[in-house]
Design a protein around this ligand. Structure first.
Ligand SMILES: Nc1ncnc2c1ncn2[C@@H]1O[C@H](COP(=O)(O)OP(=O)(O)OP(=O)(O)O)[C@@H](O)[C@H]1O
Length: 227
């Protein structure tokens, strides 16, 4: 959308242990961009996301994410990088033993929020953004799969992230609900938050034509097309 880069990777090699997964990655992603990340199982999508959220170090090359230099990123800086990111992963679901409100409050308190009225206000704000303010007192099991995923997105928005990383956010959802989730992510990106969504769902990609990054044969194509 704008030409203000929030992710820049230059000649980055991505290793898992000693195994070179992706070589010579060049990637520029700007503020407010919405992109699909595709590639077969094992092609390196999760590894690329891990580089972006500071879980895999870069050896060769240079990288910057939300103003953090990946080359010099120390372990103690990783939590600060993570606060600039909203993460929507399948293995990062809601806590089942507490309400929507308490799930969101838990994240705010563990990222340093203390003032109860500011916390309450922020929770209402993000629930409004995903259209689910009325579910504030519900337990996760009282929500549909699509509603739970919206709450996960609301949780990702709590700290006003620069980038949302969504790994298969529609994986367990029916086609109509999947489209609603993508529409929500598109709306979020149009407000200036960059969104990268990893998916195997080509129908979704065809329905919402957007920039595509593809992992294939050990490299990343940063402007790919699907057939
Ligand atoms: N912790 C690890 N240790 C060693 N090798 C790993 C590790 N995690 C992933 N790999 C290897 O790195 C390669 C890329 O894996 P990655 O998980 O990034 O693929 P992916 O495209 O995300 O796959 P999927 O679509 O199944 O999630 C694979 O060959 C995988 O076996």
């Amino acid at each position: 959308m704008t030409n203000q880069p929030v992710i820049t990777l230059r000649n980055v090699d991505v290793f898992q242990q000693k195994h070179l997964v992706l070589s010579n990655v060049d990637l520029t992603v700007n503020k407010g961009d919405f992109l699909f990340l595709i590639g077969q199982t094992g092609s390196g999508k999760s590894s690329l996301l891990k580089v972006i959220y500071g879980d895999l170090h870069i050896g060769n090359g240079n990288g910057e994410v939300a103003g953090f230099n990946l080359k010099t990123l120390a372990e103690k800086d990783v939590p600060f990088l993570r606060r600039k990111l909203g993460i929507v992963f399948q293995d990062f679901q809601l806590l089942t033993d507490r309400t929507v409100e308490k799930n969101l409050e838990f994240v705010l308190r563990s990222t340093g929020w203390k003032d109860a009225s500011l916390i309450a206000e922020r929770i209402k704000d993000v629930l409004d953004k995903v259209g689910l303010r009325s579910k504030i007192r519900k337990m996760p099991h009282e929500l549909s799969g699509g509603e739970q995923q919206r709450i996960v997105i609301a949780r990702a928005l709590l700290n006003n992230p620069e980038i949302i990383l969504a790994d298969e956010p529609t994986g367990n959802l029916d086609p109509e609900t999947s489209e609603e989730i993508v529409q929500l992510l598109l709306q979020i990106s149009s407000m200036g938050t960059t969104v990268i969504m990893a998916t195997h769902n080509y129908q979704i990609i065809k329905t919402f034509p957007s920039r595509i990054i593809k992992c294939e044969g050990g490299v990343v194509h940063q402007d790919a097309t699907i057939v």
